[in-house]
Design a protein around this ligand. Structure first.
Ligand code: BES
Ligand code: MN
Ligand code: ZN
Length: 499
């Protein structure tokens, strides 16, 4: 990731490849623009008239070699109506700016976006949002394009301009926070974007092990250890694959020895063909992303280590492929899970909840203060909420309120679905304890009902990221592919919780 610095000073005194200043609706300048206007001796307003820029949100115009300016380019960034600005909009603007600077060949730039007023936001919030936008916006997954020269990164360093020296420390801390979150998010994106032939359960285990740190111990169980431990539900799903499963446990000890940890559980399906209940061919390639829950968990751990949060954290990741080998589990099979609950398999494509059942039961045994799981669990969630929000089904009001708040703050949003008692009827089995599908109706909720059987009475939140984990269209802030959803959300939640 590129360098981001903070500096207290005036835009017109910066000598960079580019200086980036906001332009509000009606061509209204903020402080940095005004200071540039003075040194460029009216050249700037003349340009504005000539190029017919209005300042509407998202617009941008780059002027080269403006007389009097020390920087080679002045980039005017349409910021719209200042009263309507949000942290999310600021983050998106910063992402767009960073991409344009890089594409235009600027090597360094001074960015004055933090001077914009955002209602309800502190300077630290704004600086963090801008820094996140830059790092997330510049992310690309292009390691397999061996000959593309336009992939070379030009932008190397950015300076965020703030008004007063007294705020330097606060702003620097905000940049550090953004760096941890962006590093975690981009790490999750990298893991998830890797194709299924590279990102196997073994690879996930290796990547997790590589996160080891004095405060973070990582245990990766291979198939033999999984058999010994008795994670039978995971083994059942793994039967159709020639690749070994993995069961990954992460323990971060940043809090007091006696503090109950927060447990994070992530679905690590490195490829989901559906098993014997095979999926249609169209877009099946996207099922390499079925490990985005586990990628988010690993990204969150990476950020938490970097932030050195004073909490204890337990991570649990069950990982396998779901394929159709001769030994594959079949519709009609009954599995006795690690917890002892028996599962009637009606559809081998509802495999996520099966492997998660062992991971949740294992996590619950450790008596954590709460459990949060992240999983690309149901197509029904994509239908219900699309790409705009992660599905939230939970048993604890405090957890729900805090997650919603973090979702709003980070724009890594959640939307709650109910888990009324009646929904549990849909997964009752005639011949086992529960069945692994509850029919088409309320598919996201009945999947959560299934999971709820394995968490005992521990406060629990289930995050269905099926609709948010990847985006094949791409946006300014997330290139095509994995988005890293869940990382910003849960890191913000953990930061607030540790305050
Ligand atoms: N990984 C899928 C869910 C999914 C589908 C995520 C599409 C993102 C996009 C999951 O394993 C699955 O196949 N779920 C089934 C469950 C059904 C058989 C009850 C589904 O949603 O169709
Ligand atoms: Mn499936
Ligand atoms: Zn799946």
């Amino acid at each position: 990731m590129i360098d981001i610095h903070v500096k207290a000073g005036q835009a017109h005194k910066q000598r960079d490849d580019a200086v980036v200043v906001p332009l509000l609706d009606g061509r209204k300048m903020t402080e940095s623009g005004k200071s540039l206007q003075q040194v460029t001796d009216k050249a700037l307003p003349a340009f504005l008239r000539k190029f017919d820029v209005s300042g509407k949100f998202g617009e941008s115009k780059t002027l080269y070699d403006v007389q009097g300016s020390l920087s080679a380019r002045i980039m005017l960034v349409g910021s719209g109506d200042e009263k309507l600005l949000t942290l999310h909009k600021l983050r998106m603007l910063a992402a767009k700016v960073a991409r344009e600077l890089d594409a235009g060949g600027a090597r360094d730039a001074a960015i004055c976006l933090p001077e914009l007023q955002v209602r309800g936001a502190t300077l630290a919030d704004k600086v963090q949002a801008v820094a996140e936008g830059i790092w997330l916006g510049l992310y690309r997954f292009d390691k397999y394009q061996t000959k593309k020269t336009e992939n070379t990164r030009r932008l190397r360093s950015v300076t965020l301009m703030i008004g007063s020296r007294r705020d330097l420390e606060i702003a620097q801390a905000a940049v550090d926070g953004a760096k941890a979150v962006a590093t975690g998010t981009n790490f999750a994106r990298d893991l998830a974007n890797e194709p299924g032939n590279v990102c196997t359960p073994e690879y996930l285990g290796d990547q997790a092990a590589a996160l080891s740190h004095e405060k973070l111990s990582v245990t990766v169980m291979d198939k033999q250890a999984i058999e010994q431990a008795g994670f039978t539900a995971l083994l059942a799903v793994n039967q159709g694959s020639d690749k070994e499963p993995r069961f990954i446990v992460l323990e971060y000890n940043g809090g007091d020895a006696g503090d109950a940890p927060v447990a994070l559980v992530g679905k690590g399906l490195t490829f989901d063909a559906g098993g014997i209940s095979i999926k249609p061919a169209a877009q099946m390639d996207e099922m390499k992303f079925d490990m985005c829950g586990s990628a988010a968990v690993l990204g969150i751990f990476r950020a938490v280590v970097e932030l050195n949060l004073p909490i204890n954290l337990l991570g649990v990741i069950p990982s396998t492929e779901n394929l159709l080998g001769g030994a594959a589990y079949k519709p009609g099979d009954i599995i006795t899970s690690y917890k002892g609950i028996t599962i009637e398999v009606l559809n081998t494509d509802a495999e996520g909840r099966i492997i998660l059942s062992d991971a949740l039961a294992y996590a619950a045994e450790k008596k954590p203060a709460e459990i949060i799981d992240l999983a690309t669990l149901t197509g029904a969630c994509v239908i219900a909420l699309g790409a705009q929000a992660t599905g939230l089904v939970a048993t604890d009001e405090k957890l729900i309120t805090a997650l919603k708040r973090s979702g709003e703050h980070t724009h890594d949003r959640v939307w709650e679905l109910p888990m009324f008692e009646e929904y549990h009827e849909q997964i009752k089995s005639e011949i086992a304890d529960i069945k692994n599908t509850g029919g088409r109706e309320a598919g996201t909720i009945t999947a959560a009902c299934f999971l709820s059987r394995f968490v005992d009475d521990i406060p629990w939140a289930h995050l269905d990221i099926a609709g948010t984990a990847w985006d094949m269209k791409g946006s300014d802030i997330a290139s095509k592919g994995a988005t890293g959803s869940g990382v910003r959300l849960v890191v913000d939640y953990l930061v607030n919780r540790s305050r």
